[in-house]
Design a protein around this ligand. Structure first.
Ligand code: CA
Length: 517
């Protein structure tokens, strides 16, 4: 009872502080956290994309800050979302794979709500449990779908017939902003499904990239020479593992529903299509190149809808006079392979997969055009929002506030290395579990179920093609990185015995319906 009374006092005090601060206009910032699913930084203009243009996302960079070294600590959807909410690594927050997140845990949303913020969660949640700590939420079940999406709320569900998911999420977000109580700052998590597989564009953008030749990345035909078994065994290759469904091929007539499901899952090794008015059958290398084009045309078309969505949110913020003291953040739950190393998907500790876009506009505090190479992690987001709100950061959050960096000063003791760990083995794509360390110049990866190592010089070999592990002259460097890896494992308290064990598979695929099961 005493505890409850004390908590109430804190709550009342916090909300009074908030109301006073707001009325002064100097108060705590509003926070709009826009996150997409699987959007690689190298498919954003401001990050130097060679494959598309994103004028609205680029506005965030020119009017705010662009971070170029932000990394996921476990590069897969559900774990990254849990890490963002809790500010903790997977082994601490309990979501190592597709496990259900315990929503009653401490999260940044709950702390902001308790601290006087009006909080909302709209779009893809994908944590297998109902959201908590939100005054309002409307989420996709599991992965959700692109067309005619269903959304769940605390009290029911609604199907948006004839609508496209990115547009619906944007409408709901703008509606949240419009209807919010005016006496509190707000925190909105706006999570898009796009550009996650199966990359279904809307009708407006479906042909946006048709007829264009999208440049292949330099590592598209990577032979994986010098790399360990993991790359050789993976099943997320553009050439070999994209399905009839991914490639949007048309099924033959007359298939039963079960036959249709099987047909869509086929990974074709020949495709008959029409090119320049001629019917051709593609195989081998020509088919691989064609698959890359089909993959990227659809992926990038879904990104165009996201870009326009961000433009709509920015327009709303600007027109409603909120821009000066509203942080608008854009990120993705991890990076993605856009044909890099011949791959789609993520999971691996390679650069394209772990690098997250991170753009922040906040005119009251951030100088336009700010750029930072400071090494930041997804577990830093929660402490950053709490610090911006003037709220204490719990001791068990493992990330650090990025606030000083946003203001232009990187603390002298800022991290110089990060710990990464991926658990799902073999998972959907036969990807091997691994952990490792990344510094500003090097990366050491340990595939513990294989007892195999990879070592890369990120300065001389930015595409990570040459595994130096065990090569002459690398012993001292390898030893120092192993020492740093051990230090980081101690620091993040990942010292259990899991390291040398084969972990069971998690429950993969779309999570079950949230309520009643
Ligand atoms: Ca994802």
């Amino acid at each position: 009872m005493k505890l409850i009374a004390a908590a109430l006092v804190v709550l009342v005090a916090a909300s009074q502080t908030s109301a006073t601060a707001q009325s002064r206009g100097s108060g705590r910032p509003n926070i709009i956290f826009i996150m997409t699913d699987d959007h690689a930084a190298h498919a954003i203009g401001a990050y130097g994309s060679r494959v598309n243009q994103t004028p609205h996302l680029d506005r965030l960079a020119t009017e705010g800050a662009l971070f170029s070294s932000v990394f996921a600590t476990n590069s897969i959807c559900t774990p990254s979302r849990a890490a963002i909410l809790t500010g903790q690594y997977s082994h601490i927050n309990g979501v190592t794979m597709f496990n259900r997140f315990d929503s009653s845990r401490m999260t940044v949303a709950r702390l902001l709500q308790q601290g006087g913020y009006y909080t909302g969660m709209i779009g893809k949640w994908h944590l297998g449990s109902d959201p908590m700590g939100f005054d309002q939420w409307e989420i996709l079940p599991g992965q959700g779908v692109y067309k005619n999406p269903v959304f769940y709320t605390a009290t029911g569900e609604k199907t948006y017939t004839g609508r496209y998911v990115t547009d619906v999420i944007t409408d709901l977000a703008v509606d949240f902003l419009d209807r919010r109580p005016r006496d509190k700052p707000f925190f909105l998590m706006m999570h898009h499904k796009a550009p996650h597989r199966p990359w279904d564009p809307d009708d407006v953008h479906a042909s946006h990239f048709a007829g264009r030749r999208i440049p292949e990345p330099p590592t598209f035909w990577d032979s994986y020479a010098t790399r360990t078994d993991a790359l050789h065994e993976n099943e997320q290759r553009v050439v070999a593992d994209l399905t009839n469904r991914d490639l949007k091929l048309t099924p033959p007539d007359g298939l039963s529903p079960a036959e249709l499901t099987r047909w869509f899952a086929i990974t074709p090794d020949s495709v008959t299509t029409v090119i320049d008015g001629r019917t051709v059958t593609l195989t081998g290398e020509a088919l691989g190149r064609w698959k890359y084009q089909r993959y990227m045309q659809d992926y990038l078309a879904t990104v165009q809808s996201v870009d326009e969505s961000v433009g709509r949110v920015l327009d709303y913020v600007d027109k409603s006079g909120l821009s000066r003291n509203t942080m608008v953040i854009y990120t993705s739950d991890q990076g993605f392979f856009l044909g890099d190393h011949g791959l789609f998907d993520k999971r691996f500790m390679y650069e394209e997969s772990i690098r997250m876009p991170f753009l922040v506009r906040w005119p009251a505090r951030i100088k336009p055009g700010t750029k930072s190479q400071a090494m930041a992690l997804n577990i830093d987001f929660a402490p950053t929002f709490l610090a911006a709100a003037g709220l204490p950061i719990p001791a068990d959050m493992q990330g650090r506030s990025l606030l000083p960096i946003l203001r232009g000063t990187t603390p002298a003791n800022w991290r110089t290395a990060m710990y990464y760990r991926y658990y799902h083995d073999p998972g959907n794509h036969n990807t091997r579990a691994h952990y490792g360390v990344r510094t500003a110049t090097h990366k050491l990866i340990y595939f513990w179920t294989k007892d195999q190592w990879e070592l890369f010089d990120l300065v001389r070999d930015p595409f990570e093609l040459h595994n130096l592990y065990g090569q002459p002259g690398q012993a001292a460097l390898t030893e120092s990185l192993k020492t740093e890896l051990a230090r980081l494992k101690r620091e993040v308290n990942d010292l259990d015995q899991l390291a040398n064990q084969q972990l069971p598979n998690g429950v993969d695929g779309p999570v079950a319906r949230l309520r009643g099961k």
